[in-house]
Design a protein around this ligand. Structure first.
Ligand code: ATP
Ligand code: MG
Length: 215
């Protein structure tokens, strides 16, 4: 049995065409079913639905053999014990620093001021500001980071941006592009040794179906 960990929403939706390329069809719609384990047309392949932030953990501990996870989630997790063979070029967005229009971020940085930054992505934020030599106090949040500067709790946020609409709606502007984000295929190292052929088949099919490989 090969178990693939996916999260509902954009990652599930954008992984479906890759699975199709591997001849795998998920037999139930996660938006309609309450099941957490979904069968596929291949009796030896199943999908487990987990929270996006839990995908690397399931694969690390063998709850799943392979998984699809955002680079953001992977960097926060640390990637320990995970083989990362492929950038799937799906669920693309970028990580950015954003601040209220009224906050002169560039000036604060120039002056070496200490700034307060709210984020769900504390590892990425800490590393980014450390490399820039900026002193930050990080506030860990789990949702709606845009609210933190609006309430005066933080000077800026570190968050994922795709269209920029959410930032705009909350009078925030992007002041730093930290990194491009896309989703990665992650594989449990022990599973790869024990089930090499079926896992390789999936990696190869995904590679073929990924834009970078086609170019
Ligand atoms: P939850 O909604 O359960 O708190 P989540 O926000 O991490 O979890 P999703 O919204 O499904 O889950 O996002 C999954 C992944 O999709 C992210 O980790 C990121 O890599 C990618 N992604 C692409 N665009 C965006 C975006 N605009 N906002 C958030 N995530 C995005
Ligand atoms: Mg979300």
């Amino acid at each position: 049995m090969i178990t693939l960990a996916l999260s509902k929403g954009r990652i599930f939706d954008e992984t479906l065409p890759l699975l199709a390329a591997a001849g795998i069809e998920v037999l139930e719609d996660p938006e309609k079913s309450r099941k957490l384990i979904l069968p596929t047309n291949q009796p030896h392949v199943r999908v487990v639905l987990v929270r996006a932030t839990d995908v690397p953990t399931y694969v690390e501990y063998g709850g799943a053999d392979i998984g699809v996870t955002g680079k953001d989630v992977l960097l926060e997790h640390g990637g320990a014990g995970l083989y990362q063979p492929l950038d799937l070029q799906i669920a693309k967005c970028h990580m950015a620093v954003a601040a209220p229009t009224g906050f002169d971020y560039a000036r604060a940085i120039r002056q070496g001021s200490r700034i307060t930054v709210a984020t769900k992505y504390t590892h990425i934020a800490r590393q980014f500001f450390a490399e820039k030599g900026v002193h930050v106090d990080l506030i860990k949040l789990y949702g709606s980071m845009e609210l933190a500067p609006l309430t005066g709790m933080a000077d800026a946020i570190v968050d994922l941006v795709s269209t920029g609409k959410t930032l705009k709606a909350n009078d925030l502007v992007e002041v730093e592009h930290i990194m491009d984000i896309s989703s990665q295929l992650v594989v449990n190292q022990a599973a790869l040794k024990l089930k090499t052929a079926p896992i390789r088949r999936i990696i190869d099919a995904f590679t073929q179906a990924t834009p970078a490989a086609a170019a």
